[in-house]
Design a binder for this molecule. Structure first.
Ligand code: 5GP
Ligand code: MG
Ligand code: MG
Length: 196
């Protein structure tokens, strides 16, 4: 859309190669996902846990569309640094503050890539005596999976879009901490990466 192209130019001086999902497309998909989640968790104590920082916009939009009383919190993971490929290990550097014992936990992620971060979080929440552990990711890059996702009993997996094997930014996702606040998701021009 014309409005988004204008933003692309004024915010990023032509840093974007292409837009994969516009803010309108994202909004529609988030609405659909929220409707499914609302049905699925009706009447159950639900804790929505975002993975900081990448999930912050998706989380904010999703929780406003889920028509249920929920509690929210974040965990912070470390795996990527400023590079565009996985380091092979993920560690939880900040845990939830709320008590999730007995609650249905819905983990909100920006993107599942190798699956290393997610498998670490499955194990992490596995020690917390939760009622169930589910995952809601906006994007999924199945072509790059190293660790398959294994959820416990009652665990559901929701994904917004399948992502091509490209490094994407925007709608929470960064390259070297830049571009998180873009309302759309896209791919940067190659020269942006080779600069560093
Ligand atoms: P995984 O552990 O599954 O390889 O990757 C998990 C995290 O790496 C994601 O939650 C995300 O923060 C980051 N990541 C993976 N792929 C991309 C990508 O294409 N763009 C950005 N900005 N981050 C990514
Ligand atoms: Mg993430
Ligand atoms: Mg990152």
């Amino acid at each position: 859309p014309a409005e988004e192209s204008k933003k692309m130019e004024s915010w990023n001086e032509g840093h974007m190669e292409k837009v994969l999902w516009s803010s309108n497309e994202i909004e529609k998909r988030v609405e659909e996902m929220a409707a499914v989640i609302t049905q699925e968790f009706a009447g159950k104590p639900l804790a929505i846990i975002g993975v900081a920082t990448g999930a912050f916009l998706f989380m904010a939009d999703l929780v406003r569309k889920i028509q249920l009383p929920v509690v929210v919190d974040f965990v912070r993971m470390q795996s990527y640094g400023n590079r565009t490929t996985s380091s092979g290990v993920a560690t939880c550097v900040a845990d939830v503050r709320i008590d999730v014992k007995g609650k249905h936990v819905l983990l909100v992620e920006d993107i599942v890539d190798t699956g290393i971060t997610l498998s670490t979080l499955v194990a992490h929440f596995g020690t917390k005596d939760v009622a169930s552990f589910s995952v809601c990711t906006l994007l999924d890059k199945p072509s790059r999976r190293i660790v398959p996702l294994q959820l416990g009993p009652g665990g559901k997996y929701y994904r917004g879009f399948q992502c091509p094997d490209e490094f994407v930014v925007g709608y929470g996702m960064d390259y070297a901490e830049q571009y998180r606040c873009l309302p759309y998701i896209g791919v940067l021009k190659p020269h942006i990466y080779t600069k560093n």
